[in-house]
Design a protein around this ligand. Structure first.
Ligand SMILES: Cc1ncc(C[n+]2csc(CCOP(=O)(O)OP(=O)(O)O)c2C)c(N)n1
Ligand SMILES: [Mg+2]
Length: 282
């Protein structure tokens, strides 16, 4: 019996609770070394909660199960979000999270595929979509029903390799492929360098089905994932407009959302504020 397989209906409140847990895990991780790529992680938390607790078919006790749906995190530096999801899903131990970024930890600040549950090494940006296309083609050859979900970023849309992969996905009619495009508006030390708008029209022009949503709205995420189940010969791109630091007021307000470093005392204050805001919503 698989612990997770995609049902028709989603319990939005439960998924939002999972997203809160992911944010809590990320705060634990960043506090460990005093720093991390947490702004991006908090921004993508709702999408990972919807994937790991609603949409993906997988077996936490067998991460190499051949029929599992694949989730590829192309932006390796978002690893903090993946570690949180894998721990919440029971694939990694929760008590390992505080080792994030420490020497000899399996939970690197950028993903390595030697850690259970990681489908690709993502440190060098611009390669995730191409690898996802290759995996989707391979699964089709094996007559597998498994689907491939790949997260990529607004920064990565400035790399030609992304668009070569986008072109091939529609050419090969990969309707089991879903790209989750995190448009968080930042690229390293500031706003995205090249204007990529209109993003949705670009993906449409490359032959994809497209949804463009608030990437921090669980209802919208679940709805877009439901539309992406259609087997109509086209891959789907879900354009996620996310807020770096979402759900943690001091990180939302920070200008250093790409890499956030503060001392332990401030982390304790941030965590206390977060728990208070979660309590106030309940
Ligand atoms: C091929 C490649 N070029 C440059 C970098 C250095 N780098 C790491 S994160 C980052 C920012 C890229 O923007 P985005 O993916 O949107 O990330 P965000 O700032 O939103 O975290 C860059 C340029 C890299 N990892 N890989
Ligand atoms: Mg970005």
């Amino acid at each position: 019996m698989l612990r997770n397989s995609p049902p028709g209906d989603a319990d939005i409140g439960t998924l939002e609770g999972r997203a809160t847990n992911l944010r809590r895990h990320m705060l634990t991780m960043a506090r460990g070394q005093g720093a991390g790529y947490i702004g991006q992680g908090l921004g993508i938390a709702d999408t990972l909660a919807a994937l790991y607790f609603h949409e993906l078919r997988y077996d936490p006790s067998d991460v190499t199960w051949a029929e599992r749906d694949r989730f590829l995190l192309s932006t390796g530096h978002y690893s903090i979000a993946l570690w949180a999801a894998l721990a919440e899903a029971g694939i990694l131990p929760v008590n390992e999270l505080s080792t994030y970024g420490a020497d000899d930890s399996r939970l690197e600040m950028s993903t390595l595929d030697t850690t259970p549950g990681v489908e690709l090494i993502g440190g060098s940006l611009g390669h995730g979509l191409g690898q996802a296309v290759g995996q989707a083609l391979g699964l089709r050859l094996q007559k597998s029903v498994a689907r491939v979900f790949v997260e990529l970023s607004d920064g990565e849309m400035q790399e030609g390799s992304t668009w070569e992969a986008a072109m091939s996905a529609s050419h090969f009619k990969l309707d089991g492929l879903v790209a989750l495009v995190d448009c968080n508006g930042i690229q390293a030390d500031g706003p995205v360098v090249l204007d990529m708008e209109p993003v949705a029209d670009k993906w449409r022009a490359f032959g994809w089905d497209v949804s463009e949503i608030d990437g921090n709205d669980m209802n919208a995420i679940v709805g877009a994932l439901m539309l992406a189940r259609s087997q109509n010969g086209k891959p789907t791109a879900i354009i996620l407009r996310t807020l770096p630091g979402k759900g943690v007021a001091r990180i939302e307000a920070s200008e250093k959302a790409h890499f956030f470093r503060v001392d332990v005392k401030e982390w304790d204050g941030i965590i206390a504020d977060f728990e208070q805001s979660v309590g106030a919503k309940q």
